[in-house]
Design a protein around this ligand. Structure first.
Ligand code: SF4
Ligand code: SF4
Length: 443
């Protein structure tokens, strides 16, 4: 096995493929005793992690081994839903002695890093912390595959599930920089008039009205929904509605808190208190510093609240304001034993969540199909990761080859800023460069 270096992981442009796009080379520069592969994929209707794991088991396991070597870990864990027996059976005979599978419950949000680390290791990450604070590094399935391949080629492709109101839900491998519309067309197109695109998932994703928006290294899926779907209507609510209804209708039952995954880990996040604080001032803004620890999983708004109120958005509105004001809760109270006491008994089963959200009418499958998109034009975003946007190193008119570097992170004090290079995903010619992307027309 070629020994991959942290520098190769950076040069290959590897970032977290299942979340915000944190540069993986930073994670792999740390020291930890455990590396976890996050294959929980708890967002309803998404299947790409399971599909990639099934089709590229050996590559993902190699990526895990490389990550373990780089951080000095003696233990590797794959966290995957226990119901995926076929994938688990396929993996078991291939596992080295130091790697184990932890079957996870079919519940939301089992893929939240904090929940995953607790379920797999019994360690509770403190409020405001990261997995490294308890000796763990967590990487996504696709990220592990990209680490394994970093010496061979950079990241130019993305796996994503297209599901919901489409003719044929599928998981696809596409060149980075194609449009969401291109991907939905490969899934047979939408089956409803005026389809709405939820990018990233029903629970934590966002509504994208621009169907020509570009796929980047973090796009995990597109859920297509009818325009009158309850999830779409909830997403379309504006802040003034959320605050006004929340202030008048919240009966302080505290279900939102009692089922909040972060509260269940002992963190001082209490969404019912954020809701109560809406009435404390004339402008209707929440004021509760515990919102700092909200992971924005949306469970409280889309599952827990019997009144269909929106504590998640109340928490995030407050959290953003506190961040802008640079207000932090120093030494917050932390009750880690709450996890042992309550977490197992208060899970949100995926099946019940899907019934509540009206998602059971959709085909809950997303097989990986080899149906490449022939892209005549792609737009490679300059910012696809946490950190500074990249600066172009090519010019309009340049001929580029797939895998060629298009832009690199800027320098700060003589060193590259946090970030990774971006690469051409097709052969072609650079036709435009704007403040957001490098555009390539295929040859
Ligand atoms: S669950 Fe709903 S009604 Fe109950 S406290 Fe929370 S926001 Fe208020
Ligand atoms: S979105 Fe709601 S349930 Fe999720 S962490 Fe925030 S307050 Fe808790």
């Amino acid at each position: 096995m070629t020994q991959i270096t942290v520098e190769q992981v950076r040069e290959a442009g590897v970032v977290g493929a299942g979340g915000a796009g944190f540069p993986t080379y930073v994670k792999l520069s740390a020291k930890a005793d455990t590396v976890l592969i996050n294959a929980a994929e708890c967002e309803p209707l998404l299947h790409k992690d399971k599909e990639v794991l099934r089709d590229y088991a050996d590559t993902v396991l190699e990526g895990l081994a490389q990550a373990m070597r780089l951080v000095g870990a003696s233990r590797g864990i794959i966290g995957i839903k226990g119901k995926y027996h076929d994938v688990i059976d396929l993996l078991r005979p291939r596992l080295p002695q130091e790697v184990e599978i932890v079957p996870l419950p079919d519940a939301y949000p089992s893929g939240d890093e904090f929940i995953l680390v607790y379920e797999a290791t019994g360690r509770v990450i403190p409020p405001g912390g990261i997995p490294l604070h308890v000796g763990a590094v967590v990487i996504n399935v696709e990220t592990a595959k990209n680490v394994a391949e970093a010496a061979a080629h950079p990241v130019t492709e993305k796996y994503l599930t297209i599901a919901g109101a489409v003719a044929e839900p599928v998981t696809l491998r596409v060149p980075i920089g194609v449009t969401l519309e291109d991907c939905v067309a490969v899934a047979g197109g939408a089956t409803v008039p005026n389809p709405q695109y939820l990018v990233g998932g029903v629970m934590m994703g966002y509504l994208e009205d621009n169907h020509h928006a570009l796929v980047d290294k973090t796009t995990g899926g597109v859920i297509v929904l009818p325009e009158d779907h309850v999830v779409v209507r909830r997403r379309r609510q504006v802040w003034s509605q959320i605050a006004r209804i929340g202030r008048s209708a919240c009966d302080q039952c505290s279900y939102c808190t009692e089922l909040c995954p972060r509260w269940l880990l002992g963190h001082p996040i209490e969404p019912h208190r954020a809701m109560r604080s809406l009435g404390f001032n004339l402008v209707g803004e929440a004021n509760f510093i515990g919102t700092t620890f909200c992971c924005e999983c949306n469970l409280c708004s889309l599952y827990s609240c019997p009144e269909d109120l929106d504590p998640k958005n109340v928490c995030t509105q407050n959290k953003r304001r506190l961040a802008a004001e640079k207000r932090r809760w120093e030494n917050p109270p932390f009750v880690p034993e709450r996890a042992e006491r309550h977490l197992k008994n208060r899970r949100a089963p995926t099946a019940r969540l899907m019934r509540k959200l009206g998602l059971t009418v959709f085909n809950n499958k997303g097989p990986l199909v080899d149906r490449p998109i022939v892209a005549s034009r792609v737009g490679i975003k300059l910012k696809q990761h946490v950190g500074a946007p990249c600066q172009p190193v090519v010019r309009v008119g340049d001929v580029v080859r797939r895998g060629q570097v298009l832009a690199v992170p800027p320098e700060v004090n003589g060193k590259p800023a946090l970030g990774v290079p971006i690469h051409a995903s097709i052969d072609g010619r650079v036709t435009a460069i704007d403040e957001t992307a490098v555009w390539i027309a295929g040859e």
